[in-house]
Design a protein around this ligand. Structure first.
Ligand code: GLG
Length: 818
């Protein structure tokens, strides 16, 4: 291909391109005080390279008739794109020099960019890492999603409380996306189904929709690292079919003239900010259908470009991965399309669906397992409901009846339809019945999927349920975000570790090398100084880079137990007040988290942490030994700043609740030591780094189950532990909120009267003990350096390249593009 022989761009050439875009695309001749214009021009200069590679990739895909994976996800948390694209294209140094020549720092230019925050948390970020790896490993892959006008809300704190404001990521355009009018789709909704008798005695179903929406695709190129591939993330925007009612407008009804347009555009207006809870809104349901239908049509169109009306290769060419149950309706849509639009028989359509879909489960939390009311299905997608009923009938009469003949209870339990006052569709059941593979996202999670969530399905379909442990891209999460550490690693690892992360193991040899330890820890310190500056500017709090930087960054959720961390901080404060000479390493506890706007307790936890932080950070009695900062507006960009500076990674979910976690991997990769429960990927991280290099505490999954059976009483723990009792009493009184007793009592109430559903109190004592051991370890700077280095060295397994290769080997069966 052309790029292979082409000479890499020089800084001077790159600068010429940037100037060209400044002059002709932005008409910004006087750009010296306009870094936004420079950012735009740099992005456009990069795009010249990107689009050429994209063209070549497309040609290679067509030539080689390569099988593709189609990743359907309602969320993509891409973050900023420029720095990553520069690294992946090997243009970073070139751009750095060119931009410096223009009188700017490249890093300041990055700061002008906006995050693509089209996701909530781990699930959306995983999708982004997977796209990076797919392109890096030269696989033919398309990501499909929604082009939300507003991504995840921006978070501010007003007097300690979370305030949400809309995210305006593309208010002034986004240089990384391109509209593709040639691939617009029309999507029917509502209406009724007509049954037409055919001459041959069969019946034909005809759906007469009540409304048609237009799906407009926006493509975001996904650049592989040191590879030839540029893939595409295709995001669908909803628009009205007939834009504007001229008659109404001319008659003076200006508002009405816009109403159909507004209604249609609402579909892609906002990302639902609920992480792991089912939103239960018709709009969310329509969002799901809209993007699935657009994507299925697009997949078929791409296939037909090569194979026209010959369907025999479809299942060989196409695999569709369902990222959680959110895109489940794609199954019904493909069934409908094959039968109604392409005259497939039921059996042929069903056989096809069973060959192309695979499903990833990301959670065991019952509130996150999606169910939609049958009545809503009936109203919005009447034809799909008919198909669903037939799938269910066949599943119950064939699969279930064969395995458990006459077992009525089993039928009810496994049925895709849940009977009850309101009949519901169990989306996960539809996924498991249809998909040829179902995977969990870490070994312990996949085991629980088999043993606890879907044991019957596991018996019914042996071998279908499997595991693919998550991973993160080392390009963004080490090379780009931690350049100093990256350069140090380059000096001791001879291969390109960013492409072969297991080669980092070579660093293990240096874990006890005093010189290397010093270099490693000096870099950590420099990163901490830099973060301290960021903390100061964002929160006004002064922190010392000599303190332990202890980090908990993730969505705010009771199961993730930010409140366990918080109680322990209160415990330390209590000890310091009792004894100002209490021996501990100074510590800065750093939080970053957004709470779903309707999640009351999560928001109370944020408020409590902020209130307590105010007091503790200004209490001279404790001599700066304890600081708390809650960094506002946590997002990918902020994570990139915090992670390189972290000493400690808090991964303290109730065992069995966090499917995997991926922040745990990023932090360890950057030399943070984990304190965590035996949950999700922590288990595998512990296996890799060894027991000496991680602080594991708390009840295990089995112990939590026993507690459940034997009965759990949080009051026992409250009464048994003086310190714990004292700090909970603080929250019930007005210690932190003088004159306003009980203002922080929501947490205490949920832990005691509320029954402590996430077993915070049961793990408190062991957590506090592990924290003390961690403090001891930090005092011994050589020991700590060794631990930190080994964490980086042993993260090879957790590259998303390995995850993708596991998917490819065990599920997708792709071959890389040559
Ligand atoms: C889920 C889980 C996380 C998991 C992520 C990606 O809660 O534990 O790491 O998916 O698989 N909703 C999520 O973020």
């Amino acid at each position: 291909m052309a790029t292979a022989t082409k000479k890499p761009l020089t800084a001077a050439q790159f600068k010429t391109k940037v100037l060209h875009h400044l002059n002709f695309t932005s008409s910004e001749v006087d750009f010296q005080d306009n870094p936004t214009a420079v950012l735009r021009a740099v992005c456009l200069a990069v795009n010249e390279v990107v689009y050429e590679k994209l063209k070549e990739t497309n040609a290679a895909h067509t030539d080689q008739k390569s099988r593709s994976v189609n990743y359907l996800s309602l969320e993509y948390l891409m973050g900023r794109m420029l720095s990553n694209n520069l690294h992946n294209l090997n243009l970073f140094e070139v751009a750095n020099k060119a931009v410096a020549d223009l009188g700017f720092e490249l890093e300041d230019i990055f700061e002008e960019g906006h995050d693509l925050a089209l996701g909530n948390g781990g699930l959306g970020r995983l999708a982004a890492c997977f796209l990076d790896s797919l392109a890096t490993l030269d696989y033919n892959a398309v990501g499909y999603g929604i082009h939300y006008e507003h991504g995840l809300f921006e978070q501010q704190f007003h007097q300690g409380r979370q305030i949400e404001t809309p995210d305006e990521w593309r208010e002034y355009g986004n240089p990384w996306e391109v509209c593709r009018p040639e691939a617009v789709q029309e999507i029917p909704l509502f209406g009724s189904v007509e049954t037409q008798a055919q001459v041959d005695g069969s019946v034909k179903k005809i759906w007469h929709p009540g409304q048609i929406i237009k799906g407009v695709p926006w493509d975001v190129p996904i650049v592989g690292y040191n590879s030839k591939t540029v893939n595409v993330l295709r995001l669908w925007e909803s628009r009205a079919c007939s834009h504007f009612d001229w008659d109404q407008f001319n008659a003076g009804s200006y508002q009405d003239a816009h109403s159909a347009q507004n209604q249609a555009e609402t579909i892609s207006k906002v990302l639902y900010p609920n992480d792991e809870t089912e939103a239960g809104k018709e709009l969310r349901f329509i969002q799901q259908y809209f993007f699935c239908a657009c994507s299925i049509k697009d997949i078929i169109k791409r296939y037909q470009k090569q194979y026209a009306d010959d369907w025999s290769e479809f299942a060989n060419q196409v695999v569709i991965q369902l990222n959680d149950t959110h895109p489940t309706i794609a199954i019904l849509e493909l069934m409908r399309t094959l039968m109604d639009d392409y005259d497939f028989s039921w059996d042929n359509a069903w056989a096809m669906c069973r060959k192309v879909f695979a499903y990833t489960n990301h959670t065991l939390l019952p509130e996150a397992l999606e169910k939609w009311a049958v009545s809503m299905f009936e109203r919005v997608l009447p034809r799909h409901l008919e198909i669903l009923y037939t799938i269910n009938e066949q599943f119950l009469n064939n699969d279930v009846a064969r395995m458990w003949p006459g077992d009525v209870q089993m039928r009810a339990q496994l049925s895709i339809i849940e009977e009850g006052q309101q009949k519901m569709v169990r989306m996960a059941h539809l996924c498991v019945v249809t998909s040829f593979k179902v995977n969990g996202v870490a070994q312990i999670h996949s085991d629980l999927v088999q043993s606890d969530l879907f044991p019957e399905f596991n018996a019914l379909y042996p071998g279908k349920l499997t595991n693919v442990t998550n991973g993160v891209t080392p390009r963004r999460w080490l090379k780009a975000c931690n350049p100093k550490l990256s350069k140090l690693l380059d000096t001791v690892v001879k291969t390109d570790w960013a492409k072969d992360l297991s080669s980092l193991d070579a660093v293990s040899e240096y874990a006890d090398d005093a010189k290397f330890q010093k270099k490693f820890m000096d870099i950590k310190h420099e990163n901490k100084v830099k973060l301290a500056g960021e903390i100061k500017s964002l929160t006004g709090v002064d922190v010392s880079a000599d303190a332990i930087f202890d980090v908990q960054i993730k969505r705010l959720h009771e199961y993730k137990r930010q409140h366990l961390n918080f109680l322990h901080i209160l415990g330390l404060y209590h000890r310091l007040l009792e004894n100002p000479d209490y021996d501990m390493q100074p510590r800065v506890f750093i939080f970053g988290a957004k709470a779903a706007p309707g999640y009351y307790l999560a928001k109370e936890i944020i408020y409590a942490i902020n209130k307590v932080a105010e007091r503790i950070n200004n209490d001279d009695r404790i001599q700066g030994k304890l600081k708390i900062v809650f960094m506002p507006n946590y997002r990918v960009t902020l994570a990139e700043k915090i992670i390189p500076a972290a000493d400690v990674s808090e991964q303290i979910s109730t065992a069995g609740k966090e499917a995997s976690g991926t922040g745990n991997m990023k932090l360890a990769l950057n030399g943070a030591v984990t304190i965590g429960t035996l949950d999700g990927a922590n288990v595998e991280i512990a296996e890799e780094v060894g027991d000496d290099n991680i602080f594991i505490f708390g009840n295990t999954v089995d112990q939590i189950k026993v507690m459940q059976v034997e009965g759990y009483n949080p009051w026992d723990f409250y009464h048994a532990d003086q310190e714990l009792k004292a700090v909970i009493d603080w929250l019930r009184g007005d210690f932190f909120t003088p004159g306003k007793p009980g203002e922080l009592s929501a947490i205490a109430h949920s832990l005691l009267e509320g029954g402590d559903p996430y077993r915070v109190l049961a793990d408190y004592a062991d957590y506090a003990k592990a924290q003390q051991a961690l403090d001891e370890a930090y005092k011994d700077s050589k020991r700590w350096a060794r631990m930190a280095i080994l964490n980086t060295a042993k993260m090879g397994k957790f590259t998303s390249d390995r995850s993708i290769q596991d998917y490819v080997n065990n599920i997708w069966k792709l071959t890389p593009i040559k």
